[in-house]
Every structure is written in structure tokens, then in C-alpha cells.
Design a protein around this ligand. Structure first.
Ligand code: OAD
Length: 251
């Protein structure tokens, strides 16, 4: 049990694919996940894109189309984090590894998409991002370069630097509470955020269906994000203690 009253706390939240699993979007590494179906080096690397831009574009076009599917919508966990943004008295930084737009559709206004955004394209030279309505194709070129460049998905691929790292690291060193939701903790630098936050004195909560990925978390709430995130948000907003649901799962 965590007795601390977090009503005025400085909070950093990190979300991963697990928060969107109940919204109809596949995770990457669970059974049947995206990286089981598609070779990651072909789809999510600059080299793969250079080899076969059409293949990469078709993968991201399909994922963009999925966002508009009738069964894809924000769930109770996304809505709870939007409520936290609106009602929390202290500072809050919501960082997501997700490239979907479900946090925004739930009402979160300040979302740092460290791995990019499906709805956006960017110039491969200047990396300038902007919203793009139409599907990716060779016809979409940038207007920022003298020789117009074929626009690429605004996705951070393996080997590339995530977005906003300066702001995120600063926030992690200053926060009182770090919350990780629905991530397997296998992809760095995001997987290392817990250790940085702990090294600078933060308390930490992990929410996941499966056992926690890291030992320094003080609280582990095992279960579906749709149930655990609203519960946790209510505790933070009311200043109530936060309880582990599966303390034995903490290593
Ligand atoms: P993963 O697919 O690696 O992990 C998803 C996590 O969510 C797992 O730990 C699951 O146990 C958990 N999970 C699944 N359903 C859940 C639910 N309903 N409630 C709570 N937890 C649930 O996804 P990420 O950790 O987000 O990067 O992956 C990190 C990065 O790897 C992604 O951003 C992506 C990928 O390669 C890029 O594309 C750059």
C-alpha cells in the first residue's frame, strides 16, 4: 500500500500498447501481436523503408485505416487519464509509446508521442511532421526541400532517436510519481524511465495484465488497464492510498 497523498504531485505517465488493447488495436509482443505477423526489420527500420517503401507504406496505411474502424475507440483507461489531466492539481506529463490517437480522442490535450503518430507524415530530410489525410504513396512529397522528397510515416523506427527525450528526461528527474501502463518494458529508452525516475526519488506504479517488467516499482496493479487505470486515477484525485493488487508479483 502506498500511503502518499499525490494530489499535488508532479506526475509522469508512460503508456504502451496494452492501454489500447481493449480498444481493438493489437499490441506488438503478445500472442498474435504485430511483430509476430510482420518482420520488424522490414517494417520498422530506415533500411527496410529504403529497400521497399511500398511495403512499409502499405503496413502503415492499413494501421491508419484501422484507427477509423467502427470497433476502435478510446476505452475507460484513456478517459481516466484525460480526467487526470483536467482535474489533477500538480504537474502531469503524459508520454505515450503509442502511435494511435486514442489519448487525444479521449480528451487528453497534452500528449507526447515519443514514437511518432500514425496520422502524421514527415519529410525524410528535415523531419518536419504534419497531419496527412490521404494514404502514403510516392505522390505525397514535401514542400520544405528544394527537391521535393517522398514523405515517410512519422514513426520512430528502430535505430532512430525517439521524440522529446530532453523534455521527458527532465520531467523524470523532477517527478514525484512515475506511472507505467501496458508496456512490456522491452524497448529502450522507454524501458529505462523507471530506473531514472527512481534514481531521482520518485514513487512508481506499474499496471499490466502480466507480471511487472521491473523490480523498482513500489506498487503493481495487475489486470486490464480499463479497470486498473480508473481505479488508480480516482485514488490520486482523492488523495486515497493506492494498493497493489498483486504484491506477490513484485520481484
Ligand atoms: P508490447 O506489445 O511490447 O507490450 C504490451 C504490454 O501490454 C504487455 O506487457 C502486455 O502484458 C500488456 N497488456 C496487454 N493487454 C493489456 C491490457 N488490457 N491491460 C494492461 N496491459 C496489457 O508493447 P509496448 O511495450 O508498447 O515501437 O511496445 C513498445 C514499443 O515496441 C512500441 O512503441 C513499438 C514497438 O516496437 C515502435 O514502433 C517504435
Amino acid at each position: 500500500m502506498m500511503e502518499t497523498d499525490f494530489r499535488n504531485a508532479n506526475i509522469v505517465v508512460l503508456t504502451g500498447a496494452g492501454i489500447s488493447a481493449a480498444s481493438g488495436l493489437s499490441t506488438f509482443r503478445d500472442q498474435g501481436g504485430l511483430w509476430e505477423k510482420y518482420p520488424v526489420e522490414d517494417i520498422a527500420s530506415p533500411e527496410g523503408y529504403q529497400r521497399d517503401p511500398e511495403l512499409v507504406e502499405s503496413f502503415y496505411n492499413a494501421r491508419r485505416a484501422q484507427l477509423d474502424a467502427s470497433n476502435v475507440a478510446p476505452n475507460a483507461a484513456h478517459f481516466a487519464l484525460a480526467k487526470l489531466e483536467q482535474e489533477h492539481q500538480g504537474r502531469l506529463l503524459l508520454v505515450t509509446q503509442n502511435v494511435d490517437d486514442l489519448h487525444e480522442r479521449a480528451g487528453s490535450n497534452q500528449v507526447l508521442h515519443m514514437h511518432g503518430e500514425l496520422r502524421k507524415a514527415c519529410c525524410p530530410v528535415t523531419m518536419q511532421p504534419f497531419f496527412m489525410e490521404q494514404p502514403f504513396s510516392a505522390e505525397n512529397v514535401c514542400q520544405c526541400c528544394e527537391k521535393p522528397q517522398r514523405l515517410r510515416p512519422n514513426i520512430v523506427w528502430f535505430g532512430e532517436m525517439p521524440i522529446g527525450m530532453g523534455e521527458i528526461e527532465q520531467a523524470l528527474t523532477e517527478c514525484d510519481l512515475f506511472i507505467s501502463i501496458g508496456t512490456s518494458g522491452t524497448v529502450y529508452p522507454a524501458a529505462g524511465f523507471i530506473r531514472l525516475a527512481k534514481a531521482f526519488g520518485a514513487e512508481a506504479i506499474d499496471i499490466n495484465l502480466e507480471p511487472s517488467y521491473s523490480s523498482p516499482f513500489n506498487i503493481f496493479m495487475q489486470g486490464c488497464a480499463t479497470q486498473q487505470v480508473p481505479r488508480m486515477v480516482e485514488s490520486i484525485l482523492s488523495g486515497e492510498p493506492i494498493e497493489s493488487t498483486a504484491e506477490e508479483a513484485l520481484i
